[in-house]
Design a protein around this ligand. Structure first.
Ligand SMILES: *[C@@H]1O[C@H](CO)[C@@H](O)[C@H](O)[C@H]1NC(C)=O
Ligand SMILES: *[C@@H]1O[C@H](CO)[C@@H](O)[C@H](O)[C@H]1NC(C)=O
Ligand SMILES: *[C@@H]1O[C@H](CO)[C@@H](O)[C@H](O)[C@H]1NC(C)=O
Ligand SMILES: *[C@@H]1O[C@H](CO)[C@@H](O)[C@H](O)[C@H]1NC(C)=O
Ligand SMILES: *[C@@H]1O[C@H](CO)[C@@H](O)[C@H](O)[C@H]1NC(C)=O
Ligand SMILES: *[C@@H]1O[C@H](CO)[C@@H](O)[C@H](O)[C@H]1NC(C)=O
Ligand SMILES: *[C@@H]1O[C@H](CO)[C@@H](O)[C@H](O)[C@H]1NC(C)=O
Length: 440
């Protein structure tokens, strides 16, 4: 299980004293990253500013694909405006509202929760974070109905492709669906990072493929995630771990993310073209955003031009909520209620990543449409940003304060508790998949 958490171990287990020098190295890198961004990214990129820009109703109306007709009666007008709003509903803008019904599963009713995200079992004392529901501003998001989804998925195959956050996401889906039918694990790789399950009575196959860069990469990390050499990233090659299986999937949820922030040497066309964060190497610093954009272009080009027509969702970057420090310097996340819409700003790195994702997916979706491939954005960044209360924090470990109330424990403010806010990502993606064409 330890081995499964490469990103975690890298980011979260480094507090061991013997690795102190590495912490310093990482700390310095992160400071440099931060500094670099402040220098070349204007502060106009922030959550608050993008909030102000999106004027809901005006926009939705003018963008409506439905012909605007003169209303014959009030009733018709009402029905029509309802329909057109629904057609253009932006599922990703809204607020979290209190919901007394709570999660559909618990640590007792789901076997699939990874220990590090099993906040209930690990003794997280508060439970208020479980009683919120995502409420899009302009429409209702129906509750996830596992029966309906499983029926819809009969004879189909669904894959989550990405890093440990994608695994977090698949476990949430497994937990929700397993309230109706228990899945059978039919495959796992040596390190238990990629897995496949089958729901026998629905003949539904669910996979998670661990490929944190999506493109070809060589990493030199030991079992604890300690890196002995820089990552080598091949910006013009895809990771065949997922591309070889792609033709088997009816649906895929693909995500990139935080691994691109790590120190890496960039290769293109069989030559080293530069790097990210490699002082002393006499290489051109190209920035992680350069590599991220190139990687996404390749990934999206592959899926939109493929002869295999899958339904593809690209999930946007997930924000972390470390406060009073970073993951390597005692950062915590002990808030117990969500933020309100507009109350918090996205960090620079998340804003940069999400901007790249939005731009590239928007462009690729047009090409996909020409080729009969439906590509949609699963834009969970902003709604997740509002949930600082949804992370394990110190409860990534079992009973972290059992022996010492003041124990210094590593916090996880990046992954999500299960059950927790990440369950809403599945409400959204299943609504989008099963109610075709209703949402942007
Ligand atoms: C409008 O919707 C209501 C139910 O939502 C329905 O009873 C009524 O017939 C609809 N009117 C028209 C003109 O479609
Ligand atoms: C689930 O968590 C509760 C504490 O919230 C604990 O008492 C119980 O033993 C846990 N169940 C399992 C199966 O770990
Ligand atoms: C699922 O596959 C079986 C066997 O091929 C077929 O009989 C059945 O009609 C299929 N069901 C759906 C909903 O496609
Ligand atoms: C299960 O679904 C696959 C397609 O994903 C189909 O080829 C197969 O015939 C189905 N099996 C049964 C028993 O329905
Ligand atoms: C790759 O390099 C070769 C020779 O080094 C060159 O001919 C070719 O145009 C390059 N291809 C790209 C895509 O840059
Ligand atoms: C750095 O690289 C450039 C061009 O590749 C080369 O001309 C220069 O000598 C290198 N400097 C050092 C200190 O290696
Ligand atoms: C939250 O953590 C901060 C330090 O990071 C601490 O000062 C504060 O007291 C904590 N709040 C609660 C409710 O534990």
């Amino acid at each position: 299980m330890v081995k499964e958490m490469k990103f975690d171990s890298n980011s979260l287990s480094l507090h061991k004293l013997k690795h102190n020098h590495i912490i310093v190295k990482f700390a310095v890198s992160f400071l440099l990253i931060g500094l670099a961004f402040r220098l070349f990214i204007s502060d106009s990129i922030s959550f608050s500013s993008s909030v102000v820009k999106s004027q809901p109703f005006a926009e939705t109306r003018t963008e409506s694909p439905l012909p605007v007709q003169a209303p014959v009666s009030n009733e018709l007008q009402e029905n029509e405006s309802q329909t057109s709003l629904k057609v253009k509903c932006d599922l990703f803008t809204g607020n979290w509202i209190p919901d007394s019904s709570g999660p559909v599963y618990t640590n007792d009713s789901c076997y699939a929760i990874e220990d590090h995200q099993n906040c209930m079992k690990n003794g997280r004392p508060d439970s208020g974070y479980l009683y919120w529901r995502w409420h899009p501003r302009d429409c209702e998001l129906p509750r996830f109905e596992p029966e309906r989804v499983l029926d819809f998925m009969r004879n189909k195959s669904w894959a989550f492709i990405g890093d440990s956050i994608s695994r977090n996401h698949v476990q949430s889906l497994l937990c929700i669906l397993s309230q109706v039918e228990q899945a059978v694990e039919v495959y796992h790789d040596e390190e238990y990072r990629s897995k496949r399950w089958h729901f026998p009575s629905h003949n539904f196959t669910l996979s998670v493929i661990w490929t944190p860069f999506l493109i070809k990469a060589t990493t030199f990390e030991d079992i604890n995630g300690i890196s002995t050499s820089e990552i080598q990233l091949y910006l013009d090659g895809l990771d065949n771990k997922w591309t070889e299986q792609y033709k088997n999937f009816d649906y895929a949820v693909i995500a990139g993310g935080k691994w691109f922030l790590k120190t890496a040497i960039y290769h293109e066309n069989n030559t080293v073209t530069g790097c990210h964060n490699c002082p002393g190497k006499n290489l051109t610093e190209l920035g992680f955003d350069y590599a991220y954009r190139k990687a996404l272009r390749q990934v999206l080009n592959f899926v939109t031009k493929s002869d295999h027509k899958a339904g593809v969702f690209f999930r946007t970057t997930t924000p972390d909520h470390f406060e009073n420090g970073e993951w390597f310097s005692g950062g915590t996340c002990n808030r117990t209620i969500p933020f309100k819409y507009g109350e918090v700003s996205m960090r620079d790195v998340d804003a940069i990543m999400r901007d790249i994702e939005m731009e590239e997916v928007e462009k690729a979706a047009v090409i996909g449409a020409e080729n009969g491939v439906v590509l949609k954005l699963l834009d969970t960044t902003q709604l997740s940003l509002l949930r600082p209360d949804g992370h394990p924090g110190p409860y990534r470990q079992f009973q972290p304060f059992a022996e010492d109330k003041n124990a210094e424990v590593q916090n996880d403010c990046l992954h999500w508790c299960l059950p927790g806010p990440i369950d809403s990502w599945n409400d959204l993606v299943m609504e989008m998949a099963t109610t075709h064409g209703m949402y942007r």
